[in-house]
Ligand binder design. Sequence first.
Ligand SMILES: NC(=O)c1ccc[n+]([C@@H]2O[C@H](COP(=O)([O-])OP(=O)(O)OC[C@H]3O[C@@H](n4cnc5c(N)ncnc54)[C@H](OP(=O)(O)O)[C@@H]3O)[C@@H](O)[C@H]2O)c1
Length: 168
Amino acid sequence: MKIYGIVAASENNVVGVGQNIPWHLPDDFKYFKAITLDHYILMGKNTWLTFVKPLPRRKHIVVSKTLQPSDLSKDVRLFSDISEAIRELEAENVPELFIIGGGKIYEQTFDLMDRVYITRVHTTIDNGTAFFPKINPKHWTLIESEPHTKDAKHQYDYTFEVWERKQQ
Ligand SMILES: NC(=O)c1ccc[n+]([C@@H]2O[C@H](COP(=O)([O-])OP(=O)(O)OC[C@H]3O[C@@H](n4cnc5c(N)ncnc54)[C@H](OP(=O)(O)O)[C@@H]3O)[C@@H](O)[C@H]2O)c1
């Protein structure tokens, strides 16, 4: 199974402040939707709790040691361990899994990622509480980079970047 990370991060790798993402970039939501549509998405409890309801046409996996299945919609799968979730999906021959956050989950799965879809938001956030690991170009190749300029609906410049892990 290929494991992909998908994230929007500031120049200093902030992805969240408390429960919130510290920007509003509607075209990034559209990009996230286009990339993840009809795929499996894995997230931590805190990220799940920011959703009002499951995202349409995505297969949701939530990891938590404290949530109970009855806390979730019945089409959302709950695992108490990330490795167990990955083992189970591999056993089911799922070809691709998207890790969608938050900080705690990115940190624990970064070494497993084959590719990262990162929307680099061109600002620095000083009070971040959740982070994406640093991408070291020694180990990763930038295969796509699509810059966008801020406008009335997008408060910051941002770049859609796709990084692939170099073969050892
Ligand atoms: N910018 C972006 O692209 C993006 C994307 C997603 C989220 N975010 C932001 O990120 C922030 C949330 O990140 P976060 O780090 O606070 O939380 P998180 O990673 O979403 O969730 C952490 C929780 O997941 C569970 N968990 C973590 N590791 C686990 C493991 N190995 N096995 C089982 N369960 C595990 C734990 O829940 P239990 O305590 O219940 O065990 C833990 O408290 C928010 O600000 C959100 O808006 C940003």
